[in-house]
Structure formats: structure tokens, C-alpha cells
Design a binder for this molecule. Structure first.
Ligand code: GDP
Ligand code: GDP
Length: 442
């Protein structure tokens, strides 16, 4: 399970600015894909590469903060913000260093104390002001962990991050041990009601004989092993799916956090969408999360059974438009209710896994680069052109290619896309994101 950090603070103190500073990836190559809606309420901080954590902006959860503006923390929306603070491993209580403490900050402080979650005080907007004086204004809050930052200018973010990581549980249960490299770790994810539990229960029902709960997994991240068509799979994070609690209290946001965690644990994410509803913004943000995590992807278009031929043709058109940003992923039409399309679904999962985990040799990767480069060298920019010299494999899931050369900064997005498409085609990569890392020099 990824640790959870919640941002709490009144409106305008800079929570979303801090959120962006922490969740923005340093990998310049993972650019925003058009068509992906980024939900601003949650994200994964990957600034420390080997220690990702989930970040939630509870201000966002609470809607437009109306309850906060009225100074009243009661009500359903406030309950969610509070749940965020209570479930988190750590709260960052964000305040405005320019304005000093306000009545609303005092309110928030009171219920944070009640929640009892470890809390750091983050005094924001200290750019251009006397940080020490700003901190002093909040000294009566009595925090021992106090950070002066400027989210907008990324000042003080690294020391904050370091202390945050120090406080979070170390990767406690990477509970699902990687015992068998042949076993494909799959997560079924998607927004509520697309049919995840119907599908998982159907799969497990059919395979009852060989499905078994994996011992030692925690209640929350229960995994199930199964075999299908002679291949082995581990379904990760099925707990919430199989025994669905009717108490869907913390609603969306917390299933979204679970979704992020499931994506983190899997190799192949099956994103389910409901054909009768098309591709919603929420579907797109789940897809975006899979891209961010670099996981292999299969789209399962569920409830295909309920559609007329006319509706099907409309849905087909919609899918090709809305899924254009993940056109490399296979989209399989299924009916979880009737069990149709499952064989094709598992084949697609297998193909995606094979692509994602493929081990490349340096020679074939460099050869691919040479051919791509010769066929279409980068254009001359102000009298100079980037030179691509050689390449080597840089990892799997997702397949990563490290390209060495000079003036690589001048490579345009369209050239990067050309390289990606070239490599995809040459190595027949389907169902997985592909990453390039560009290294200046030889
Ligand atoms: P939120 O409502 O708490 O999410 O606050 P926002 O992140 O939307 O920020 C509110 C305003 O404060 C925006 O105009 C930001 O540009 C500004 N702001 C945020 N962080 C900083 C900072 O570090 N320094 C300064 N000077 N302004 C900031
Ligand atoms: P989850 O929230 O994603 O786990 O979704 P559920 O599995 O609980 O399904 C939500 C609703 O969609 C239920 O009423 C299901 O019976 C229905 N449903 C699930 N799969 C299908 C399907 O393939 N076809 C149709 N017509 N309905 C389905």
C-alpha cells in the first residue's frame, strides 16, 4: 500500500500550488497527454523515485470549500475532508505566511488535533518575506515540525519532502511477493459501477478450483492467484472489489486512492469502462493514472450486451476518439454479466504483459535507433541539429530506452513521438507505455 499524505488548509493558502509542486514529475518526457483529465484532488508524488506516496488535497475533496468559508466544519463535505485527515499517514497543514493565522486556521487546527494524525505545519508563500517572522506568527500553534516554503517558487520543498519521507511508513507491505516471474499481476480498476466486482466474481467463479487467496496479504490488499488457459495470473487488490461494502462512505475519493494503489501494485492494469456511458472524465483520469505509473494497459469495454447495433456503432466511434491518447492499448468488448469476451480479454492482458516485460538487448536497441535516425534525422534548429549516437535498454514495465547524443534538448515533441512510434512498430510493442530517457553526451 502506498502511504497517504493529506493536504489540509483553508482556501487560497496555496494547497493546489503545493500539490502541483509535489506531484509534478521530474521526468520531462512524461508530458501531459492531451485528452487526459487530471483530477486535481489526488496524485502520486514520485519526487523520490523509489518511495512514491499518494497525495490528497482535502480542500478539493471538500468541494468549493463553502463549509470552510462559512467557518463551519460540519456537514457531509467536511466529513470527507476530515476522513482524509484521519485516514492519512501524515497531514500537511498548509497556512499562508503572508496573512498569518486566521480564525479558519484555528478551526482547522482544532479538528486536526482531534483527528490525531501526525501533522506538519507548512507555512507557505515565504518568497520575498521574512520567513522567520512568518514562522513566529504561527509559533502558538505549537508544532514541532514546521516548514517555511514557497510552493510557487519551489523553495523549501526538498527539505519538506525529506522529512515527509522520514515520517512515512517504509514500504511496509509490498505484501504481494514476487515469487513467480511467470505470474502476471493484474489489477481491475475503474470508476464505481462499471462492473469490476461482477467481472472479478465471474472470473473467480469460473476458476474456483484453482483460485486461491494469497496467504499473508493484508485484508486491504488481498490478492488472488488463478490460472487460465495455462497461464498464471495474480489479481491484486481484489478485496474492495469482491466484498463490496455498502458503506461507500468516503465515496469517490477513497476509491480513487485505492485505485492508485492497485495500479502501483500491478503490472497490467485493466481499466474498465461502461459502454453505455462512454468515456467519462473520471475514466480518463484513471487511464491517466495508469500512464503516469507506466503500467501496461488493457481497456475493457463492459456492458456490451446491453447495446443495440446502432448504439454499438456510436460507442465504437466515441472510443476511437476518446481513447486516441492510448491508441497503443487494446480495447476489448466484454460482458461481465454474461462472461463474453473474457478469453479475448485475457489474451490482451497476456500480450500487454509480454510487451511490458520484454528484455531488450543493447545491440537491437542501438540498431533501431540508427535506422530511425537515418530514415528521419532531427531537423536543423538555428543552424544545428540534434545527433543521436547510440541507445541501450533502461528497464521494463514500461520498456525504457536510453538514448545518448548531443543537443537533445532541441528534439521536438513530434520527433520524440516519431521515435516512440518507430520503436513500437519495430519491436511490436502493444498495450504498454514506452519511455525514452535522453542523455546528453556520449
Ligand atoms: P488553494 O486554494 O489552497 O489550493 O490555493 P492555490 O494553490 O490555488 O493558491 C492560491 C493563490 O496563492 C494563488 O494565486 C497562488 O498563485 C498563490 N500562491 C500559492 N503558493 C504561493 C507561494 O508560494 N508564493 C506566493 N507568493 N503565492 C503563492
Ligand atoms: P463495480 O462498482 O465496478 O464493482 O460494478 P458492479 O460489478 O457492482 O456493477 C455495477 C452494475 O452494473 C450492477 O448492477 C451490475 O449488475 C451491472 N453490470 C455489471 N456488468 C455488466 C454487464 O456486463 N452488462 C450489464 N448489462 N450490466 C452489468
Amino acid at each position: 500500500m502506498l502511504p497517504l499524505v493529506a493536504l489540509v488548509g483553508r482556501p487560497n493558502v496555496g494547497k493546489s500550488t503545493l500539490f502541483n509542486a509535489l506531484t509534478r514529475t521530474r521526468d520531462a518526457l512524461v508530458h501531459d497527454e492531451p485528452g487526459v483529465t487530471r483530477d486535481r484532488n489526488y496524485g502520486i508524488c514520485r519526487l523520490a523515485e523509489d518511495r512514491p506516496f499518494v497525495l490528497v488535497d482535502t480542500g478539493g475533496i471538500a468541494g468549493e470549500n463553502t463549509h470552510l468559508e462559512s467557518g463551519n466544519l460540519a456537514g457531509a463535505t467536511a466529513r470527507q475532508a476530515r476522513a482524509g485527515a484521519e485516514e492519512a499517514d501524515l497531514v500537511l497543514f498548509v497556512v499562508d505566511g503572508r496573512e498569518g493565522p486566521s480564525a479558519l486556521d484555528d478551526d482547522l487546527l482544532r479538528w486536526l488535533r482531534k483527528a490525531g494524525t501526525p501533522t506538519f505545519l507548512v507555512v507557505n508563500k515565504i518568497d520575498g518575506i521574512d520567513a522567520r517572522a512568518a514562522l513566529a506568527e504561527f509559533s502558538r500553534y505549537g508544532f514541532s515540525d514546521v516548514f517555511a516554503v514557497s510552493s510557487a517558487h519551489r523553495q523549501g520543498i526538498d527539505p519538506l519532502l525529506e522529512k515527509v519521507l522520514g515520517r512515512l511508513p517504509a514500504d511496509g507491505d509490498a505484501a504481494v511477493p514476487d515469487d513467480d516471474p511467470e505470474r502476471v499481476r493484474v489489477a481491475f480498476v475503474g470508476r464505481p459501477n462499471v462492473g469490476k466486482s461482477t467481472l472479478v466474481n465471474r472470473i473467480l467463479g469460473e476458476e474456483r478450483m484453482i483460485a486461491s487467496d494469497v496467504a499473508g496479504t493484508t485484508r486491504d490488499s488481498i490478492a488472488v492467484d488463478l490460472e487460465r488457459d495455462g497461464r498464471k495470473y495474480r489479481l491484486v487488490d481484489t478485496a474492495g472489489i469482491r466484498r463490496k461494502s455498502k458503506v461507500e462512505e468516503a465515496v469517490e475519493t477513497f476509491s480513487i486512492i485505492k485505485t492508485l494503489q492497485a495500479i502501483e501494485q500491478c503490472q497490467v492494469a485493466v481499466v474498465m469502462i461502461d459502454a453505455s456511458e462512454g468515456v467519462t472524465d473520471q475514466d480518463a483520469s484513471v487511464l491517466g493514472a495508469v500512464l503516469d505509473a507506466g503500467r501496461a494497459l488493457v481497456v475493457a469495454v463492459n456492458k456490451w450486451d446491453g447495446l443495440s447495433d446502432y448504439q454499438r456503432s456510436q460507442v465504437e466511434a466515441l472510443l476511437s476518439r476518446k481513447l486516441a491518447f492510448v491508441e497503443w492499448a487494446e480495447a476489448v468488448r466484454i460482458s461481465a454479466r454474461h462472461g463474453s469476451g473474457l478469453r479475448e480479454l485475457f489474451r490482451a492482458i497476456h500480450r500487454a504483459h509480454a510487451s511490458a516485460m520484454h528484455q531488450f538487448g543493447t545491440a537491437e536497441v542501438t540498431r533501431a535507433l540508427e535506422i530511425a535516425y537515418e530514415a528521419n534525422p532531427p531537423p536543423v534548429v538555428r543552424g544545428h541539429a540534434a545527433k543521436l549516437r547510440f541507445a541501450h535498454p533502461g528497464g521494463e514495465n514500461p520498456p525504457t530506452f536510453v538514448v545518448h547524443g548531443t543537443r537533445l534538448r532541441t528534439l521536438s515533441d513530434s520527433y520524440r513521438r516519431y521515435l516512440e512510434n518507430f520503436f513500437r512498430k519495430r519491436f511490436k510493442l502493444v498495450g504498454t507505455p514506452v519511455r525514452f530517457v535522453f542523455k546528453e553526451g556520449d
